[in-house]
Design a protein around this ligand. Structure first.
Ligand SMILES: NC(=O)c1ccc[n+]([C@@H]2O[C@H](COP(=O)([O-])OP(=O)(O)OC[C@H]3O[C@@H](n4cnc5c(N)ncnc54)[C@H](OP(=O)(O)O)[C@@H]3O)[C@@H](O)[C@H]2O)c1
Length: 340
C-alpha cells in the first residue's frame, strides 16, 4: 500500500526534478497528480515511463491526498497550501514562506530528521533554501565532533536557483553576446549574467546583507544550532545547475584536517573527493543529477586557532530542493503515515 501524492509546481525546475526523484527512489506512490497554474493546464510532464497532464492548482481539492510536495513560490504557497493542510494532506513546501515559522519544522533529513514529529501543528514541513541545505549537510557532522563557533561562507550559485526563467536568461543572453543585433537585457537578474558574476541574490535587507544571505544565517541556526554564527556572501554565477560554496569554519575544539575528511567520508549524504592534484576536486558540472553533497579542498586555516576551509558542491535542484523534499516525504511515510 502506497501514498496518494500531489506535486504542485510540476512544470517548474524543482517540480520536474521532484517527479524524477520520486521515480528514481521508488517512492511508494499509489496515485500521483501534478498541478501547475491554469495557463499550463494539460501540459505533459514525465514520471518515470509515464506521462502525466497537469491540472489547475486553483481548483484542486486536496481531500483524501496524503502528501503534497509544493514548489510554486511563496505567493502561490500562501494562497493554496493552508487549504491543502486543512484538508488533511501533509504539505512539504519548497518556498521560504514557512521556513522561519516556529510551528513548522525546517528539515534536512541527514541533519535533523527528528524534527519531523513537529509537523502536526500546521500539517506543514518546510524545505530549506538550496544554499543552506548542502551547507548544513557538511557542517552537522563536524559540529557534532568539534562544536562550530562561526562560519564564513561565500556562495557561487547557479542560475537554475532562480527558476526556469533564470536558466532561460543565461541561455538566451549567452547566445545574444555573439549576435549583437539580438540584444537580451537583464530581466530575471539585476545585471548581465552571461560571462559575469552578480553579488546579489534576493532583496536587500536594512543592514546591507541580502535576503539570501540572511536565509543562510537563520536556517543554519534553526536546523543545527542557534549558537552557530554565520556570515555569508551570496553570488550568482553563469552556471546552469550546481551551487558551490567556499566555507571557512571556526571550531571550539581542535579538529585536524585528516580527521575532518574521515568524519565527512562517513557522514550521510556526503561524498568526499579531495586529491591535492589537478582536477582532484568537484565542480558544479560534475554534480548534476547526483544525490550527494560533494566536499573537496579540506584544509586547515592556519590564521585562527581551530579553523578549517572546505569546498562544497551540490545539485541545487536536487539536494537544494527536490531531493530534500522527497527525503522528507520518505520520513513522513516511515515515521508518520506508515503505509508503504
Ligand atoms: N530552483 C532552486 O534551486 C530552488 C531551491 C530551493 C527552493 N526553491 C523554491 O522552489 C519553488 C519553485 O522554484 P522553481 O525553481 O521550480 O521555479 P520555476 O521553475 O519558476 O517553477 C515554478 C512552478 O510554480 C508554478 N506556479 C507558479 N505560480 C503559480 C500559481 N499561482 N498557481 C499555480 N502554479 C504556480 C509554475 O507553474 P506554471 O508553469 O504554470 O507557471 C511552475 O510549475 C520556489 O519557491 C523556489 O524558491 C527553488
Amino acid at each position: 500500500m502506497g501514498y496518494r501524492v500531489v506535486v504542485a509546481g510540476a512544470t517548474g525546475n524543482v517540480g520536474r526534478e521532484m517527479l524524477n526523484i520520486l521515480s528514481e527512489r521508488h517512492f511508494p506512490v499509489d496515485e500521483l497528480t501534478v498541478l501547475a497554474s491554469r495557463k499550463s493546464l494539460g501540459t505533459e510532464v514525465s514520471f518515470g515511463e509515464k506521462t502525466l497532464k497537469t491540472k489547475d492548482l486553483d481548483t484542486f481539492d486536496f481531500t483524501g491526498w496524503d502528501i503534497a510536495l509544493f514548489a510554486v513560490g511563496s505567493e502561490a504557497t500562501k494562497k493554496y497550501a493552508p487549504a491543502a493542510a486543512k484538508a488533511g494532506c501533509i504539505v512539504i513546501d519548497n518556498s521560504s514562506l514557512y521556513r522561519y515559522d516556529p510551528d513548522v519544522p525546517l528539515i534536512v533529513p541527514e541533519v535533523n530528521a527528528d524534527a519531523v514529529e513537529g509537523y502536526a501543528k500546521k500539517n506543514v514541513i518546510a524545505n530549506p533554501n538550496c544554499s543552506t541545505a548542502q551547507m548544513v549537510v557538511a557542517l552537522k557532522p563536524l559540529h557534532d565532533r568539534a562544536t562550530i563557533k562561526r562560519v564564513v561562507v561565500s556562495t557561487y550559485q547557479s542560475v537554475s536557483g532562480a527558476g526556469k526563467a533564470g536558466a532561460d536568461e543565461l541561455w538566451d543572453q549567452t547566445k545574444s553576446i555573439y549576435n549583437p543585433t539580438d540584444d537580451k537585457p537583464p530581466k530575471t537578474f539585476t545585471k548581465q549574467i552571461a560571462f559575469n558574476v552578480i553579488p546579489h541574490i534576493d532583496i536587500f535587507m536594512e543592514d546591507g546583507t541580502t535576503k539570501e544571505e540572511w536565509k543562510m544565517v537563520a536556517e543554519t541556526k534553526k536546523i543545527i544550532d542557534p549558537k552557530i554564527k554565520v556570515t555569508a556572501t551570496c553570488v550568482r554565477v553563469p552556471v546552469f545547475v550546481g551551487h558551490s560554496e567556499a566555507i571557512n569554519i571556526e571550531f571550539e575544539d581542535h579538529l585536524d584536517e585528516d580527521e575532518a575528511r574521515e568524519i565527512l567520508r562517513e557522514a550521510p549524504g556526503i561524498m568526499v573527493i579531495d586529491k591535492r592534484e589537478d582536477g582532484g576536486y568537484v565542480t558544479p558540472v560534475e554534480c548534476v543529477g547526483d544525490f550527494a553533497t560533494f566536499i573537496s579542498r579540506v584544509r586547515q586555516d592556519s590564521t585562527i586557532d581551530n579553523g578549517l576551509n572546505l569546498w562544497c558542491v551540490s545539485d541545487n535542484l536536487r539536494k537544494g530542493a527536490a531531493l530534500n523534499a522527497v527525503q522528507i516525504a520518505e520520513l513522513v511515510g516511515n515515521r508518520i503515515l506508515k503505509k508503504g
